[in-house]
Write a protein that binds this ligand. Sequence first.
Ligand code: TNX
Length: 522
Amino acid sequence: MRKILFLSFIFFYSSVLLAQKNLIPMPQHLEISKQGSFHLKGNLTVGVGAFETQAKYLADQLVGLLQSKVTLKKHGTILFHKINREITDQHDYYELKINAKEIVISASTEDAAFYAVQTFLQLVEENQSKGSIPALEIKDYAKFKYRGALLDVSRHFFTVDEVKLFLDYLSRYKMNKFHWHLTDDQGWRIEIKSHPKLTAIGAYRAVTDDVKDSKLTKDGRYGGFYTQEQIKDVVAYANKLQIEIIPEIEMPGHAQAALAAYPELSCTGGPFQVGTTWGVMDDIYCPKEETFALLEDVIDEVVTLFPSHYIHIGGDEAPKTRWKTCAHCQEMIKKEGLKDEFELQSYFIKRMEKYINAKGKDIIGWDEILEGGLAPNATVMSWTGIEGGIHAAKAGHDAIMTPVSHMYLDYYQGNPQSEPLAFNAELRLDKVYSFNPIPKELNAQEAKHILGPQANMWTEYITNFKHVEYMLFPRLLALSEVAWGTSKPEAYKSFENRVIHEFAYLDRKKINYSKAIFELNG
Ligand code: TNX
């Protein structure tokens, strides 16, 4: 009998301990106390201390979760304190202390208070059925200040509500940058009042097999765009989730939708159709004055819509085929004393950077902006590999690491035979988890320029939002831990157990996800 009691005590105790360890991302420090627990039953009071917005947000979330009354008061049993702490490489520091009497959240920034709340909410969900959370202490911070994900809304269009869901998913796992890929060959998705044809023509394309069952326009075209009011609404929504939205306006390549609307901005004059096939198109913006004039008009409106410090101006996959044979381009190369078309692209990007810098913003560009000379204040998004990021950091520029090898969410996450059609490459959960955003080639000083990782959801093969979810989960969980800085590749198995545990949450929320990890496990 005694033995049974003892064993059941061990079982109970270890399940209590384990339950606290299902957090994603795992905090930097977590200590579970052997005694005491905070009761979730009855009326909870949240103290509107140092972080009023977060206190209100928490109260709302708790009402939804616990279906019980939660009162906001000056002093509550859940308290918010402000603390000062500035340590390089430790962003958004917070402490979460839970004992039998109270819950104390101490945070250094508004974002940090929000992350403390996310951690707390995960703990509440976890322990809800038991009615109490065991006493514990968490000291936590993010290793990387940039924790990003891209959604391509050009290849296939996603509604405002779907974009908001994407933001919800990011925020649960403490991701803080949303890279909104708003323009590409297959669709221009942002209303620009000074150039209405960008959306009137550029936002819609001919119907192809993959979208024949989607909602079409009355005249049978596929597509859509966000009005400026909708953009403001999404930006405000993201702001509440402590997410910065970085808009991307592609140039000089991936511009076919814009050229369909304004063919005079090309080197040949067109005409062009909004793209219906994938890949890299030869027709790109021609570096003429009228092109710069239009792009500057676009930037004028973009900067008023997005408070973000960054504007992403693309720069990737811009073939120089047309520029080589265009008399105007060759003249320009001579006039500006440039060596070749790569330097002409560099001229293009530098000129746009100057315009954007004058608006008090900085540019980000894909790693091809290194070719022909990097613009003076540019941040490089390293996608073709990690080399672009290494090069940028060594040259004293900031870099964001999003290499195809570890960060491409449009790749298969399991056996292609049992997965939906995807880009012809593979990226499994363990590979995402193993990513170290700081290349070993960098010394400590250079490594400071690595802002963090980003994963990219390109949507050539993704026609609906359920499929976006499927490609996002569970790889987002690995990304979040890499970005937060608590991934330990050697402990992948225990991470995988937490992922499996999180599947129950995804099921409850009816979020679609891939079960490819079970297939791997046999
Ligand atoms: C490359 S990543 C692209 C995208 C495609 C993606 C498909 C980058 C800057 N350019 O246009 O969607 O590959 O994986």
